[in-house]
Design a protein around this ligand. Structure first.
Ligand SMILES: Cc1cc2nc3c(=O)[nH]c(=O)nc-3n(C[C@H](O)[C@H](O)[C@H](O)COP(=O)(O)O)c2cc1C
Ligand code: SF4
Length: 361
């Protein structure tokens, strides 16, 4: 099954492999992508990764979270992105850009010393208390996401993925922990998801009706019981997935974790089958509740697990980040039978500010 094609968002994808969004620290200081980013994607495409999702790309300068992060907030970036998408499209792979606003986890800068978020809830991992967004901040942000999608389409991307995971702005809105508003943008699950719905509507107006819009969704914020913090978790993530489907999202990648909850997103030490695919119960529950393709990320490490995830109804596609950093030719190795297991040991030394790479011997 993992080598069988699939149609996702009307895109014919050659197999079930997704390269999950992975920040590369390889844009210039203004967020303009460099050819080194294109080198990585071309290598993945050459090695038959069906769907490549770019590193998180900020929709306005206030939404930047990291040094050398790529942006998509200016029309002058369309051309460099066109170079990248055309390099990928020489092969049979598809490429989608992940668009984000850093929200509560934006990096303070001279111009924007304090991040903005739905509510002023202090982040205990950074000590930062964000400023509560005004109505006009929210409306401007919706517009910025829509303009980012317009640029993505012009740059030749096959779609966009709205980053609704990992503690960034849209994830801040959908979580009851970081969204404590009681206006039309907070409270019930529907209201907390409303900003995403408005972004979808605005993209539909600005870009043509069938431009694929996917979502990377936090199924859980990842707090353990000891923290006594109540974040997003099941069953609410299932309600959110249903709302997204009803509003035209055509694929959901299931993930989890926010900075404040620790190493939830990229869990270290995945060294036996029990630790693999650590969000799989969430993806199964979401898959049972909606009729759009579900992509599962997080600790997928063996061919046996990949096959089982697809065959046993946990997901339609399997997504990986760290394994592809270490082995860009992983799909080819699995296909030829050269390998049954990824060689990444989940040590997290690839979070490298000088440019993403595997730093494990
Ligand atoms: C170096 C690095 C950068 C990442 N950057 C992003 C990102 O830009 N956007 C995102 O949604 N997730 C990002 N992630 C998380 C991964 O996409 C993925 O969800 C997580 O690592 C779990 O998958 P894995 O076990 O296959 O690595 C990053 C992970 C790593 C290791
Ligand atoms: S440094 Fe290498 S082995 Fe360690 S998690 Fe990253 S890709 Fe895997």
């Amino acid at each position: 099954m993992i080598f069988e094609p699939i149609t996702v968002c009307d895109l014919n994808i050659r197999n079930r492999f997704v390269r999950s969004a992975t920040h590369e620290w390889l844009a210039d200081e203004n967020g303009c992508p460099t050819s080194k980013i294109g080198d990585i994607y071309e290598e993945l495409a050459k090695n038959e990764v069906g769907l490549i999702i770019t590193g998180y790309s900020y929709v306005n300068p206030r939404g930047r979270s990291s040094d050398n992060q790529q942006g998509i907030y200016d029309d002058s970036f369309i051309e460099p992105y066109q170079d990248i998408t055309s390099r990928v499209h020489k092969y049979k792979s598809k490429i989608v850009i992940q668009i984000v606003h850093g929200g509560r986890q934006a990096k303070p800068s001279t111009k924007y010393p304090i991040p903005i978020a739905p509510s002023a809830v202090t982040d205990s991992s950074s000590g930062i208390t964000p400023i509560e967004m005004t109505e006009s901040d929210i409306l401007e942000t919706i517009e910025d996401f829509a303009n980012a999608a317009r640029r993505a389409k012009e740059a030749g991307f096959d779609g966009v993925q709205l980053h609704c995971a990992h503690g960034f702005l849209l994830s801040n809105f959908i979580s009851p922990y970081t969204n404590q508003r009681n206006d039309r943008w907070g409270g019930s699950v529907e209201k907390r998801t409303q900003i995403v719905v408005e972004i979808i509507k605005r993209i539909r107006k600005m870009v043509d009706e069938d431009f694929p819009i996917m979502v990377k969704l936090n199924a859980t914020d990842g707090f353990d019981d000891k923290s006594k913090k109540i974040g997003l978790d099941a069953p609410e993530c299932i309600d959110i997935a249903k709302i997204l489907e009803q509003n035209g999202i055509c694929a959901i990648e299931v993930s989890g974790g926010i900075s404040e909850a620790g190493e939830v997103m990229s869990r270290p030490g995945i060294d036996n089958p029990e630790k693999e695919a650590y969000f799989k119960q969430y993806s199964k529950a979401i898959k049972e509740a909606v009729n759009i393709p579900i992509i599962l990320v997080g600790g997928v490490r063996s061919r046996t697990m990949m096959e089982s995830l697809i065959n046993d109804g946990y997901a339609d596609m399997v997504s990986m980040s760290r394994p592809f950093i270490r082995e860009p030719d992983l799909v080819m190795k699995l296909k030829s039978g050269e390998s049954e297991q990824v060689s990444c040991v989940s040590c997290n030394r690839c979070f490298d500010l000088n440019g993403v790479k595997c730093n494990y011997p």
